[in-house]
Each structure stands twice: as structure tokens, then as C-alpha cells.
Design a protein around this ligand. Structure first.
Ligand SMILES: [Zn+2]
Length: 182
């Protein structure tokens, strides 16, 4: 199935050339956040829905250039070592964030932001996991699928796939598995 929103980027598939339009998004978390245009629109809708359920989510990380990814990789490697970094951080050129279709969301609660593992066990994670597909997103790195995706469980990393999200969620599979079936 050919669809630009189904492009695969993982540890063995580098980000391909694409014509995605990258737009600036408003995030209370930080300035200079960018996403692919449809992804930005979809995240706004997801955010509004989550807000209606009583929680504030924001974009913590969106589009990252190859150069920026190199910087992130080096910083985390310096802090946490190579093994941890390879498990959770993509090498430059191999990050889904380079497509603009990936969103790491964070939670704002009591005037502070909770990112990544700081949200562990928070009910907002289940709320997002249950509803993101209605807005075109999948949880890209689900629990127990590390051998397929190449990444540890990251409930905060959403990937925009548009109309395919519901089907991928219904089948309880990863993007890799979905593409293999097509
Ligand atoms: Zn991410």
C-alpha cells in the first residue's frame, strides 16, 4: 500500500527524501517546535480531546533535523552511556522525528511539565493510548515489541499514520508488522 504517511523509519530504514511540509506549532513546553502539517493539525485535535478529559498535554519534541539528532545522541550518550542511548535514541538519519510525523508529548500538571519516564503510570498515558488512533496516531513503540521496533516502550512517542491508525490499533501490531502484511 502506497501512502506517504506510512513511511517506515527505524534502525535499519533511514529517513527517505520527502516533500512533507514542516510547520511551527505552539507548545507551552518550549519554543521552536515543528511538525509535519497534517500531524500538527491532528495533534491539536488530540490535545483538545485530552484537555476535555481533564489533562494538559503538549509537544515535548517534534521535527528534528539530522544535525539536531546528532546533538541529542551525543548529549544522551555523554549522560547515560552508549548502551542506553542505542536503546532509546536513534542515530542521526534514522530518527522518525526527522520525518515530522513523530510527536513526543509531555504532561503539564500543577504548573510543571512531566516528560518521558516522569509520566510513568500516569492515567494520561492510557487515555492517550486508547484514543490517539481516532486522530491518526499510533503508539509507535509499544510494550513487549522491542524486538520488532528496535526500541524500548515509549508511551509518549506518537507517530502519525493518518487513516491507518485505527486498523493498526485494532490488530494490536506495530507499523513494521502492518507494512509486512500489506
Ligand atoms: Zn520520540
Amino acid at each position: 500500500m502506497e501512502d506517504k504517511y506510512l513511511i517506515l523509519v527505524n534502525k535499519t530504514h533511514a529517513c527517505p527524501e520527502n516533500d512533507f511540509q514542516i510547520v511551527k506549532v505552539n507548545s507551552q513546553y518550549k519554543d521552536n517546535v515543528y511538525l509535519e502539517k497534517q500531524t500538527a493539525l491532528a495533534f491539536d485535535k488530540l490535545k483538545a480531546f485530552i484537555k476535555s478529559q481533564g489533562y494538559d498535554i503538549e509537544v515535548e519534541s517534534g521535527y528534528r533535523s539530522k544535525e539536531y539528532q546528532a546533538k541529542v545522541f551525543e548529549e544522551i550518550e555523554a549522560e547515560k552511556g552508549l548502551e542506553h542511548t542505542l536503546r532509546f535514541v536513534a542515530r542521526p538519519g534514522y530518527s522518525e522525528h526527522q520525518t515530522g510525523l513523530a510527536v513526543d508529548f509531555c504532561l503539564k500538571e500543577n504548573n510543571r511539565f512531566y516528560i518521558d519516564f516522569e509520566m510513568q503510570d500516569h492515567p494520561v498515558l492510557k487515555l492517550v493510548a486508547d484514543n490517539a488512533c481516532q486522530f491518526g496516531f499510533i503508539i509507535r513503540y509499544p510494550q513487549g515489541k522491542e524486538n520488532i521496533t528496535g526500541y524500548g516502550y515509549e508511551p509518549w512517542h506518537l507517530r502519525y499514520v493518518g487513516n491507518f491508525a485505527q486498523e493498526i490499533k485494532n490488530q494490536n501490531i506495530t507499523l513494521e508488522e502492518y507494512l509486512e502484511k500489506e
